[in-house]
Design a protein around this ligand. Structure first.
Ligand SMILES: Nc1ncnc2c1ncn2[C@@H]1O[C@H](COP(=O)(O)OP(=O)(O)OP(=O)(O)O)[C@@H](O)[C@H]1O
Length: 228
């Protein structure tokens, strides 16, 4: 695992609203992430974690500062370039799994790859199967989300985030909807996947116990990084 820098943001700001209603939510974020790194983004409710993840995920544009990843200036990039960048290099896991209810586990995992290629292929299916195996779900490949537990669904969502070999996976409270034991199991699987792949993970949480399972902890307080 090389320690090359994949992401650099500096002086990053984000405000919502105009004029008197303008609120500055991110107040100048300086941050670098390295290849293969697993970091928790920790902070109280309202500190700006989801806003920062949305910006790093190119789902939202920053108001100011610089945002560069893999040599691409994402502040200057067009919407089309940002969309292409997102599907090539980024993976997402959310608090609620967002799996498609009519698709089986393996079809859900394949979905981002099939959508990008315009069709399903045999290598995609076998890779999706391997990811489900790695997430301890070999026996659940053909189950639909409704037939799985919350922890199993979230593990399918992690496998889905990895199908396109993302350089960076952004996970917004991925265990926020799970009980402590199930959350620990999902975190342990993310840890082991992170050890075996070169993908980096940035995982937001307001739970110090979850953050303690990540080798690096980045703390956000009121729109500023207070520890990185
Ligand atoms: N679209 C928006 N318009 C206006 N204000 C917003 C918008 N999105 C977020 N905010 C404000 O930005 C601040 C940070 O919100 P954000 O969701 O990033 O925090 P968070 O740390 O992820 O919180 P939580 O842990 O509760 O999810 C909050 O005060 C929120 O009200």
């Amino acid at each position: 695992m090389s320690a090359g820098t994949i992401l650099t943001v500096s002086g990053l700001t984000k405000s919502f609203g105009d004029g008197e209603a303008e609120t500055l939510v991110l107040k100048g974020i300086d941050l670098q992430l390295a290849e293969g790194e697993m970091a928790a983004l920790l902070g109280p409710s309202g500190s700006g974690k989801s806003t920062l993840l949305s910006i790093l995920g190119t789902l939202m544009r920053a108001s100011g500062g610089s945002h560069e990843m893999l040599g691409t200036d994402l502040m200057q990039a067009s919407e089309a370039e940002r969309t292409e960048f997102r599907s090539k290099y980024l993976g997402f896991v959310f608090q609620f799994h967002h799996l498609l209810p009519d698709l089986s586990a393996i079809e859900n995992v394949m979905m981002p790859a099939a959508a990008a290629a315009g069709r399903e292929t045999a290598p995609m299916r076998s890779k999706a199967g391997e990811l489900l195996d790695a997430m301890g779900l070999a026996e659940r490949r053909d189950f639909r989300p409704a037939a799985m537990s919350g922890g199993q669904r979230q593990r399918v969502a992690v496998a889905r985030a990895l199908i396109n070999d993302p350089v960076l996976v952004l996970a917004d409270e991925p265990t926020g909807n799970l009980d402590r034991q199930t959350a620990d199991e999902v975190m342990a699987l993310i840890r082991s996947i992170n050890d075996s792949l070169s993908s980096s993970f940035l995982i937001s949480t307001h739970d110090a116990h979850i953050a303690a399972q990540c080798p690096r902890r980045i703390e956000l307080l009121d729109g500023r990084i207070v520890h990185a």
